[in-house]
Design a protein around this ligand. Structure first.
Ligand code: S3P
Length: 179
């Protein structure tokens, strides 16, 4: 049995990592950290602005730094960006002491949820490009300890499902109440 210090949510854009993460953190009375927001806080730029002004590579370097800032923290729920775990350095940093939970949704569901909202530069790609990205990334997301299908579920349901699994199965956390 491993002793986990953090819960890390991974998955494609629009799978609910931030909303579910916030809810989970509230239920657990843990801190919530969103790597995109952390990058925005440090750079003083929105994710879209970083992509537009400096390009994706600069965003990815800021993302690596945001993940490095998480090392050693405990009792927190982390929502990663959809591409964070593609970087092996990020994967290693987060898998050493965290349970990795992938949130899954079909591409149609994702497009329904976030289709015309701004703020996600990669969603500007056409459907075929997005589908390729979604497909390619499933292999990475599939390496998570747990995968939760979020289709047709609301935030509360997904958060409750995760907590129930964590409490009922063989996962041990520093400080997770078992009630
Ligand atoms: C990205 C996902 C975004 C954000 C950036 C890149 C990706 O985060 O990190 O736009 O590569 O999938 P969300 O998954 O929170 O939308």
């Amino acid at each position: 049995m491993s002793l986990y210090k953090k819960i890390v949510l991974i998955g494609f854009m629009g799978t609910g990592k931030s909303t579910v993460g916030k809810r989970l953190a509230k239920l657990l009375e843990w801190d919530f950290i969103d790597t995109d927001l952390d990058v925005e806080r440090i750079t003083g730029l929105s994710v879209s602005e970083i992509f537009r002004r400096h390009g994706e590579m600069r965003f990815r370097s800021e993302e690596v730094l945001a993940v490095r800032r998480l090392v050693g923290l405990e009792h927190c729920v982390v929502a990663t960006g959809g591409g964070t775990m593609l970087d092996p350095e990020n994967w290693t940093a987060l898998t050493t002491d965290s349970i990795i939970i992938a949130l899954y949704a079909s591409l149609d569901t994702i497009l329904e949820r976030v289709g015309n909202k701004n703020g996600r530069p990669l969603l500007k790609n056409n459907r075929e490009e997005l589908e390729n990205l979604w497909l390619k990334r499933q292999k990475i997301y599939a390496k998570a300890h747990l995968t939760i299908d979020t289709t047709e579920k609301d935030i509360e349901e997904v958060a409750d499902e995760i907590l129930n699994i964590l409490r009922s199965e063989d996962y041990e956390f520093t400080g997770l109440a078992q009630n």
